[in-house]
Design a protein around this ligand. Sequence first.
Ligand code: PLP
Length: 280
Amino acid sequence: MSETVYFNGAYVPYEQAVVSVEDRGMLFADGIYEVVRAYGGRFFHIEGHLERLVTSAAEIRLPLPSLDELRAAMAGVFERSGLRDASVYVQVTRGHPGPRAHALPVRATPTCFAVARPVPAPDPMHVAHGAAAVTIPDRRWHMCHVKSVGLLLNSLAKQAALDAGAQEALFVRDGVLTEGSATNAFSVTNGTLRTHPDGPHILPGITRQVVLELAERLGISVRQQAVPLADLYAADEVFVSGTNSEVLPIVSVDGRAVGAGHPGPVTRRLAEAFRDATRA
Ligand code: PLP
């Protein structure tokens, strides 16, 4: 069965969702996106994702279709997919207003598409026993809070992690941990959870926000404070969070064991609380 894609106002077979070679998303990475999870037939924190899409659009002066249209498109592809658990991708670019030109077009009709996909099951070994990470210099721009389709450095970082036999890359900028290639990053030292503060150097992850709220509810002490690389190496626990990764324990960084080399108690509590929240 061919996938159904929402494409500029219509539901079409995958093969018919085709963009111009001069779409600004392709020429300038002039576009933004969101990935929303559905569990058991229902979206998880879709409003947070839509809010972030609006913020991203405002930051790059991108006119968005209405939120009602986006919500309906995401629900539409999800329903048509027949899936109960899915990852729904939605992307908006500035379209193809004419021959390639740097300046923003006076009038642009956005190119918008959405598709629902099954979520690859996380490797049970990594969920139970933790994954490995490597650090990578963070050479990305200073607008990481925008969920831009310009992900080349994230993509190269992820590949560098895989090449090193690890599963995730952790970006380090000015000596501190910012975030993962497709995740936010947390460390735990003496029971205190730390994660980089919001700002231009991280994406304000929806999963990160859920984790912070769960930590507060569980009485875990939390600091939104940058973690220097030396503290990361010395941390008792490290984990990453993301829509598709959920809460993933990291048990080695750059080949050094984190704490005792297995998922620690704070990570396990938060991972369990997160799983419960997705079932609620
Ligand atoms: N940081 C980056 C760079 C990401 O690409 C992602 C997700 O794609 C995240 C963090 C996690 O964000 P969320 O929890 O909203 O998926």
